[in-house]
Design a binder for this molecule. Structure first.
Ligand code: CA
Length: 222
């Protein structure tokens, strides 16, 4: 899982980054509101952890802009402004949850798990069809031109991550962190090997390589 941490207190950010990495969560960190908006819209994370008091624009403004742009990624506010008024404005602007500083790491992890469960229940409920490939996330079945294809767990999870985010580039780090969080040992070329096997099964052209960055699947693959 990938989290974007928006926090201008660098030592707090480093501590959180370490604690979350330890749980197998990949953390990208930015310190400013405008950067946060850019990153969320360019490399969408699974969850955003957002401080409200930021050096450029207010965290509440970040939430407003993202929600106005139809970004539905869960946002968890982390802030010292623990007054009722700020909690209410944050939630009214479209945040999903609120944690007042100082907080304990286990509580943060529990809140992240709640948001994660919410993402997977919405994401798991449908069949994704792109071109000749259909992926049923309930039965974990993949069909190519209506014929069932047997994929390994890692191949399945990679294909699912790419198809659920079709049209968006999935960075190498992100995909590797997904493999890692599924309990896979990561050797330096593990990702390439899985992609190679996947391409053999579903067609070489289906997954595009974005050199130096990662992989993507076009929304309209034929
Ligand atoms: Ca701050």
């Amino acid at each position: 899982m990938q989290v974007l941490l928006v926090e201008d207190d660098i030592s707090l950010a480093e501590g959180l980054q370490q604690a979350l990495n330890h749980e197998g969560i990949t953390v990208n960190h930015v310190a400013k509101g405008k950067e946060a908006i850019y990153v969320v819209e360019t490399f969408p994370p699974d969850i955003v952890l957002l401080d409200l008091g930021l050096p450029d624009i207010d965290g509440l403004e970040v939430i407003k802009v993202l929600r106005k742009h139809k970004v539905t990624i869960p946002i968890l506010i982390l802030t010292a402004r623990n007054s009722v008024k700020d909690t209410v404005s944050g939630l009214d602007c479209g945040a999903d949850d609120y944690l007042a500083k100082p907080f304990e790491i286990p509580e943060l992890l529990a809140r992240i798990r709640v948001l994660e469960r919410r993402i997977s229940t919405t994401a798991e409920s449908n069949e994704i069809i792109i071109g000749p490939v259909s992926l049923d996330t309930t039965s974990m079945q993949v069909k190519i031109d209506n014929k069932t294809s047997i994929l390994s767990k890692s191949e399945y999870m990679l294909l699912k991550a790419l198809m659920q985010n079709a049209g968006r580039v999935q960075t190498r780090d992100h995909l590797e962190s997904q493999l890692y969080s599924w309990g896979e040992e990561i050797s330096s070329n593990a990702l390439e090997v899985h992609i190679h096997h996947l391409r053999k099964k579903i067609g070489v052209e289906f997954i595009k390589t974005i050199r130096g960055i990662g992989y993507t699947i076009n929304k309209t693959n034929s």
